[in-house]
Design a protein around this ligand. Structure first.
Ligand SMILES: [Zn+2]
Length: 333
């Protein structure tokens, strides 16, 4: 497994340790249904509390309900969406849900899907945030799974409802990772730079033809509240001229003006939610991809990420460069 390892503070008294743990899971299972943007399939997504640390996706529609961990090492595709695969378990368009989970501080979660893609919903992360707010979060040992509540999981007992708590997850606090040095990559005209910084800050710049959106930029320090209010509602978008080539590739079979803003010469297919919605959505995508570096250990990141004209492929290259240079350092030691 690539990426940061776990934190263990085994010398602290147990009760004190449990009080200081800031790992979180869902208070109870929650679910929604929606179309997959690229597959066009109607897919049910269930988010479940999990005893073990990390974010795992389970394909409950496949024999044996195989899992794929939401980690960089499982990324197999970045064309128009991020795709994860491990063995038979393949899942696409993970970025909006992972952004919501990471910025919400959820470190223990199982995502059950009965199809190959995370539902696109309205093209933003707003509904994921609403679901998480509605169900609430708690320490991993306090979820309904561990309170004797009925476990509705169709998964065969690998995580929700498992007897043994992950003791490490109760002992530890979330690791705070930083960069020991600037890390940057270029891919065509895309550029991603990470700088040491005392908070998580993301700056994004995009440039499309002036008839569409021209230049937009967005810059923010990321907190849960800020993400929910200012970034999560920003929808995915496409240019009218991209539609036919995408369809020809078998993509966007579930695409419609209900789950994406289509930009044509006459303007957007629905009113903008923000004047800079395109740049805000790119910020959402950055967060949802970078989360792959930290979902295995529940870590936070304190760094300034600057992404210009970047997409999922550039985000992946940047993460790989971080690991190649061994640039991630723990800031909490
Ligand atoms: Zn997106």
């Amino acid at each position: 497994m690539q990426g940061p390892g776990r934190v263990v503070l085994g010398f602290l008294p147990a009760i004190q340790i449990m009080q200081t743990s800031d790992f979180q899971t869902l208070r109870a299972p929650v679910e929604t249904r929606g179309v997959g943007l690229h597959s066009g399939a109607m897919i049910r997504a269930r988010l479940l509390p999990r005893d073990e640390i990390g974010i795992v996706v389970t394909r409950v529609d496949l024999p044996g309900a195989p899992d794929v961990a939401a980690t960089l090492s499982c990324v197999t595709g970045t064309t128009h969406a991020t795709t994860l695969q491990f063995g038979e378990a393949r899942v696409s368009t993970t970025e909006h849900l992972l952004a919501a989970l990471w910025t919400s501080g959820i470190t223990h979660c199982r995502i059950e899907l009965d199809g190959p893609e995370v539902p696109i919903l309205d093209g933003s992360a707003a509904d994921w945030c609403r679901l998480l707010q509605a169900v609430g979060t708690c320490a991993p040992n306090e979820s309904q799974v561990n309170q004797g509540a009925p476990n509705e999981s169709s998964h065969d007992g690998k995580a929700p409802g498992a007897d043994a708590l992950d003791a490490e997850s109760l002992r530890a606090r979330r690791t705070v990772w930083g960069l020991r040095e600037p890390v940057w990559i270029a891919q065509g005209d895309a550029f991603v730079l990470g700088l040491p910084h005392p908070e998580l800050r993301v700056s994004v710049a995009v440039e499309y033809a002036p008839v569409y959106v021209g230049r937009q930029s967005f810059d923010a320090v990321i907190t849960r509240q800020f993400f929910e209010r200012e970034i999560a509602p920003a929808r995915t978008f496409t240019l009218l001229e991209w539609l036919e080539p995408l369809r020809a590739q078998g993509l966007i079979r579930g695409g419609s003006v209900d789950n994406a803003v289509v930009l044509g010469a006459d303007g957007p297919s629905s009113p903008w939610r923000f004047a800079d919605e395109v740049a805000r959505h790119k910020t959402l995508d950055v967060l949802g991809d970078i989360a792959l570096l930290f979902s295995a250990d529940g870590g936070r990141l304190h760094a300034h990420l600057v992404a210009t004209r970047a997409g999922h492929g550039a985000h992946r290259l940047w993460m790989e460069e971080c690991l190649r240079r061994d640039a991630l350092v723990r800031l909490d030691e």
